[in-house]
Design a protein around this ligand. Structure first.
Ligand code: SF4
Length: 290
């Protein structure tokens, strides 16, 4: 007769399942490679916790071809490996299984979230803002003081610069969707820590799956590293077309970085021009992008 897992382990599994249920993830896989000793516990439900997005994964050699223009018939191999682990299920696959997901449902699932320690210092959860049908999604790192106060992403100084960038592309903020890797402000505006990213990023992934944008622009290293599961510096792949779960992804510098380093604006503008070409956008006449 199969041995049951100790009660404490069963409770932990139950808690973990509840956590994923809260996120809307209800489909789990059993790892065929489970060791004999682990299998012998024979818990009521066997859970393989998916690899978090922030974990490292080696990138292919940079010699791979970039994406072709939209009109090209055949898709070239991606420059950067998808975040999905080479074998076994990933969190992203699980998120894909959510049927009929919608932004209000995601917001409802988040609730008055206390799932990571960032909840302790926040004023408001910053969910995301913009068109739920946007072709272009910008992803930042996390809310700052202004965002925390207003409950909206990118409304401070860096946000104003992002708005200018969007308008220079011939768009309005309402035409795109803007969100962050974590939805609560990290204290002292520090970068979100890996456990916080791991806890909050499933919501981000659900955002993207609901919106289904053609292009994702990662603003800064945290967003890029979270989605691409890489530890490479952003300067190594900034401005290149990458592939992420079948979508085109461009990583560029965060507007806050541009406020400190205005000389980098030209580089970012070049990146955004590539995005514009991809989406068939024309800059407005008399654009005063700087
Ligand atoms: S950052 Fe995300 S996971 Fe953490 S408390 Fe806020 S909403 Fe919840």
């Amino acid at each position: 007769m199969a041995e049951r897992a100790p009660e404490s382990l069963q409770e932990k599994i139950e808690e973990r399942l509840q956590y994923y249920e809260d996120l809307g993830i209800r489909l789990f896989y059993r790892d065929r490679a489970t060791t004999a000793s682990a299998a012998s516990f024979a818990p009521t439900v066997s859970v393989q916790v998916p690899t978090p997005a922030f974990q490292e994964s080696p990138l292919p050699k940079p010699a791979a071809k970039p994406f072709p223009p939209k009109v090209a018939a055949a898709a070239p191999p991606p420059r950067i490996a998808p975040v999905v682990a080479p074998s076994g299920p990933s969190l992203f696959e699980s998120v894909d299984k959510i049927k009929d997901d919608m932004l209000p449902k995601i917001r409802e699932d988040i609730g008055d979230c206390t799932r990571c320690k960032l909840h302790k210092g926040r004023n408001k959860i910053v969910f995301g803002d913009g068109s739920p049908k946007a072709e272009l999604v910008f992803i930042g790192e996390g809310p700052g003081a202004d965002e925390d106060y207003q409950g909206l992403p990118f409304v401070g100084r860096a946000g104003k610069l992002l708005t200018q960038m969007i308008e220079a592309m011939g768009l309005q903020r309402k035409d795109v969707y803007i969100c962050n890797v974590v939805k609560c402000r990290p204290p002292e505006n520090r970068a979100p820590e890996p456990d916080e990213v791991a806890t909050c990023s499933p919501y981000l992934l659900r955002h993207i799956d609901v919106i289904r944008p053609e292009v994702i622009v990662c603003l800064g290293a945290v967003a890029a590293k979270t989605l691409l599961a890489t530890t490479r510096g952003i300067s190594q792949f900034r401005g290149e077309w990458l592939e992420w779960r079948g979508r085109k992804l461009m990583a560029t510098y965060h507007p806050a970085y541009l406020l400190r380093n205005p000389n980098a604006k030209g580089e970012v503008w070049k990146d955004l021009q590539k995005v514009m070409a991809e989406l068939g956008l024309q800059p407005p006449k008399k654009s005063k992008s700087s």
